[in-house]
Design a protein. Structure first.
Lengths: 316, 273, 394
């Protein structure tokens, strides 16, 4: 700001009318320059760490590139894509991921809404509820996942005992249910937080007016609260969906992808870091990126431009 | 803030009390369970009881007895703090520009950071793995700090710009009228008001870095830069067939870590399954 | 203390919009000048330019004889009171008031003394250690004033400082602002959109519209001799009545009947050489119940009979509202005034007339009443330019 004023002072001192116009646009230019300068470090970091790797990832995905056989590296165009897309393991992982995403996000929405209402309206002990309900969100995912794993492990866990001691984590469907449960437990508070921000936007007077007009509590919720909260709900859904789609930590700890419980992230990790097949791993990365882009696109198309509003990031 | 037409009757209070209890139990059970496990002695570890029959600090003694855990703790804290500081500084600058200045490309920046927030991180793992190996960043602190900053920046920019928009900027004018230079106006009026927002953001970013598992397990291979979540995951063995109890699991883990330090690529290849 | 001179000061925004156009204003040392006008008239921009918060595109601003266009606000030695008060929420009342002095590196004892003095004047002594969030609106306003007066600046700038207060407190604070200014004798520029504040506070009032100064003068002069329709309609509450009229051989024909102009008015109108189709304006207090007017006066005025639509008794006098059939006066100025108060889309047929009658009047709501008006107080305006044809410098 001081910079801009000083510049203006210089030119304005000369008593020529058109010079002053230049000075004014220089002030504007100074603001732009400052804006760019301030944003540059953030923008450059983000681009450097994502931009080139994305391109590189696309390049890698078109090569046979296995670190176990580095001599056989060659350019094979789309053969990797053919390999991945015709692999039953890949499609299995896609279905597991989609199912987990759809079910966990749907349940999280319902539970998160309930939790948000409780946090928003509680007559007593609101502070305690708000604080404790953030614990699952704040705890390290890996730790929470271990808690669930031990709880379900026959012989050690209270939950496994309660259910008769069958080893749930060794069968596909029960294992997925457990993973879903862990995921829901962990991220419902996040959903509730986003929804609570939306709840706060519903004017109390509007609900009072609806009550005077004879609406029941349920009708007020469905006809007034939900429509006004719609943008917040969409943001929460979008973020949680994309987040759930990248599920990794919980699966890694709970099943490590065994018994056909791999998610796409898990499968990519296994190919890449365990299998050291950079070509196939990168192909999967590109495919995941495309799927996530598709989900985001569908969300924004379906629900209009309201979706990317204010948010506090989709991170757990 | 009572509900519509909600007289604060005892009945309602009891109802809320029950609801609150449900929420608290929901949130705390898994946490208490792992805490309870940590206090069990090796003998009773596998009894499946929710409350330890025999309290013991042996597990805590063991974990600090060797460098594995402490080293991971240092890595985690160091990496998270450095990444947080950088992300918050960069984020503050960008958020100030977004909230206060008008310049072309602003919306592009907001859009790009939104995209990054939604980005499937696993897609970056393969190229970063290869690039960092090439640059010698693999299995180093900067190798983790860089992706952490990148993925924390959207979070920081959004949270901070929301905070900055709430600051009554007329105060800046008022300070100028009171005789402050732009620097003084910032230091004595704006900075104290922005501090809580920056602090909150720093906590969020720190938790994010602290919590990360995917990058940490993919881009590290030795004690040198392994963070706590990764160390934990190796500590207990990677599948449920291994006995998660007692110190027996220490052996396979340390042997693995030794082999990995000798050859980084085969370390990742040594599948634990 | 110093005089402030605006010499053809202009503000043009980068997009070409002209916010303030060639304002010429000389504010004497110790004078209390009010900038008034509807929202968007450029009054706040003008104030911000004096403050240095906005750059001056063209023209020159002098404070105490020195050109200050290029000086930063802090080097102009003026204090400002904001509409939102702009109190620093993280500082106590005392710290807020001491802030300008601390910035000026005044020694502790002096700071202490000056803050104490200001607190005494403004009756804030017992609140000094509280934070602004714990104060009432009136107290916050006083703290904002206190922050302005502690360092005895050359001038005070006030940007609608009372508009966030409720009506009763506003009247009270108005008198204390006025008293404070007299007591300190500091040059003050005060921006408001409230014409009552403008009338009661200022030594002189500057009426602005669309970035252009309409008229500058003492409040009473603006009231008696508005330069144009806009000023006539803006100053005064309830505002002046307007209706279309025709000038014919020294008399005015309108819905109020024919009235013969007094010699004074006739000469002014003739000298002004306006059109024949005009807009006639009469203030509410220039009407009276015909039965209460002496016969001699009765002859020198106009008279009409109509049914009283609404009658409001204020105790000291009565307001009688009439709804007369006829075309409403049409002019850009009047439309803008109506838009400003938000009455431009209120459906209304005919001409509504507000009259202020003596409390002795026997007018009854719903019944017909004989009303007289003073022909010497009639003002005549050119509908196309808005110029007051009866304007005189006297």
């Amino acid at each position: 700001m001081s910079h801009a004023t000083a510049e203006k002072a210089d030119t304005a001192a000369k008593p020529v009318a058109h010079k002053k116009k230049v000075a004014l646009s220089e002030g504007k230019r100074a603001e732009r320059k400052l804006g760019w300068l301030l944003c540059a470090p953030a923008a450059i970091t983000m681009l450097a760490v994502t931009g080139w790797p994305i391109l590189y990832s696309i390049l890698l995905s078109m090569q046979r590139f296995d670190l176990k056989f580095p001599d056989r590296t060659e350019w094979i165009w789309f053969d990797n894509y053919v390999t991945v897309l015709s692999s039953p393991y890949w499609w299995d992982a896609v279905w597991v991921t989609v199912l987990l995403t759809v079910f966990t996000v749907a349940i999280e929405l319902v539970l998160g809404m309930a939790l948000a209402l409780i946090m928003h309206r509680a007559l007593v002990g609101r502070g305690i509820v708000r604080t404790t309900s953030l614990i699952p969100y704040g705890i390290v995912t890996v730790v929470a996942a271990f808690s669930w794993r031990f709880a379900w492990t026959p012989g050690t866990g209270y939950l496994a005992e309660a259910l008769g001691g069958d080893p749930v984590l060794t069968e596909k469907i029960p294992a997925l249910l457990v993973v879903g449960l862990a995921e829901i437990w962990k991220t419902t508070p996040f959903m509730a937080l986003l929804l609570m921000a939306g709840l706060a936007l519903v004017p109390d007077d509007l609900l009072k007016a609806a009550a005077m007009d004879g609406a029941s509590a349920w009708q007020r919720f469905i006809k007034i609260t939900v429509p006004i909260m719609k943008p917040a709900i969409l943001v929460a859904l979008l973020f949680r969906t994309l987040d759930a789609f990248r599920i990794f930590d919980n699966l890694f700890v709970l099943t490590a992808g065994s018994q056909g419980t791999s998610s796409v992230s898990m499968l990519t990790y296994n190919n890449l870091i365990k299998g050291l097949n950079l070509g196939i791993g990168s192909t999967m990365s590109v495919l995941i990126f495309l799927m996530v882009a598709l989900i985001a696109f569908i969300f924004i198309k379906l629900f209009g431009t309201a979706a990317p509003g204010s948010n506090d990031g989709g991170k757990r | 803030m009572a509900g519509i037409g909600g007289a604060e009757t005892t009945g309602k209070k009891v109802g809320w009390g029950v609801l609150n209890t449900v929420v608290v139990i929901y949130a705390l059970i898994p946490v208490l369970w792992i805490a309870s496990l940590s206090f069990k002695s090796p003998a009773t570890l596998a009894d499946g009881n929710f409350i330890p029959r025999e309290w013991s600090l042996e597990n805590y003694k063991n974990i600090f007895a060797t460098s594995e855990f402490t080293r991971a703790l240092i890595n985690s804290i160091g990496i998270a703090i450095i990444a947080t500081v950088i992300a918050v500084v960069f984020g503050t600058m960008a958020a100030y520009a977004i909230a206060r200045l008008d310049f072309p490309g602003k919306n592009l920046l907001v859009g790009v950071s939104l995209l990054i927030a939604m980005f499937p991180q696993v897609s970056l793992v393969s190229p970063l793995f290869e690039i960092e190996r090439g640059l010698g960043l693999f299995d180093t602190w900067p190798g983790l700090i860089l992706p952490y900053i990148t993925f924390a920046l959207p979070l920081a920019i959004y949270t901070l710009s929301a905070f900055f928009r709430e600051i009554p900027w007329e105060l800046e004018k008022a300070a100028k009228m009171d005789g402050a230079t732009p620097g003084q106006a910032f230091r004595r009026v704006i900075a104290p008001l922005a501090a809580p927002g920056v602090f909150t953001t720093a906590i969020l970013v720190f938790i994010f870095c602290w919590n990360d598992f995917l990058f940490a397990i993919s881009l590290t291979s030795t004690e040198q830069s392994r963070t706590v979540p990764v160390a934990l995951s190796f500590f207990t063995g990677s599948s449920q067939f291994e006995d998660p109890a007692g110190r027996s699991r220490r052996q396979p883990w340390s042997s693995r870590s030794r082999s990995s330090s000798s050859c980084c690529s085969s370390s990742a290849g040594s599948s634990p399954a | 203390m110093a005089e402030i001179v605006l010499d053809k000061v202009t503000k043009r925004y980068p997009d070409g919009a002209l916010a303030v156009q060639e304002v010429d204003l000389e504010i004497a040392d110790g004078e209390f000048v009010i900038l008034v006008g509807p929202s968007g008239c450029g009054k706040s921009t003008t104030l911000n330019m004096i403050a240095g918060l906005e750059d001056i595109t063209d023209g020159e601003l002098r404070i105490g004889g020195q050109r200050v266009n290029e000086r930063a606000p802090k080097d102009r030695d003026i204090a400002m009171v904001f509409q939102s008060y702009a109190l620093y929420p993280h500082m106590t009342v005392k710290e807020n008031m001491a802030f300008p002095l601390r910035l000026a590196k005044v020694d502790n004892a002096t700071v202490e003394r000056k803050v104490q003095e200001a607190a005494d004047i403004l009756d804030l002594t017992q609140h000094l250690d509280r934070k602004p969030s714990n104060l009432s609106g009136g107290q916050r306003q006083r703290v904002a004033m206190g922050r302005a007066i502690v360092r005895s600046p050359k001038a005070f700038l006030m940007d609608e400082p009372l508009s966030n207060l409720d009506a009763k407190l506003r009247v009270q604070m108005r008198t204390s602002v006025s008293r404070l200014q007299k007591q300190l004798g500091t040059t003050t520029v005060y921006v408001t959109h409230d014409q009552t504040e403008a009338m009661t506070l200022g030594d002189r009032v500057v009426v602005m519209r669309g970035g252009v100064v309409q008229q500058i003068g003492a409040p009473q002069f603006l009231y008696d001799q508005p330069a144009n329709l806009f000023v006539a309609g803006f100053i005064g509450s309830p505002s002046m009545n307007f209706m279309p009229a025709t000038l014919e051989n020294g008399s005015l024909r309108s819905v109020l009947g024919d009235v013969t102009l007094t010699d004074r008015v006739r000469q002014l109108v003739e000298a002004a050489e306006g059109p024949r189709e005009v807009i006639m304006g009469i203030r509410p207090e220039h009407f009276e119940d015909a039965s209460l007017v002496e016969a001699t006066a009765l002859a020198s005025g106009g008279k009409f009979t109509s049914q009283v639509d609404v009658l409001e008794s204020m105790g000291s006098d009565k307001y009688a509202y009439f709804n007369l059939t006829g075309e409403q006066a049409a002019s850009a100025d009047l439309q803008e005034l109506a838009a400003d108060v938000g009455s431009d889309d209120v459906p209304g047929e005919g001409i509504s007339l507000v009259t202020r009658l003596s409390s002795a009047s026997g007018a009854v709501e719903g019944a017909s009443a004989d009303i007289w008006f003073d022909a010497d107080k009639v003002q005549v305006f050119d509908p196309s330019t808005g110029r007051n044809l009866t304007y005189t410098e006297r």
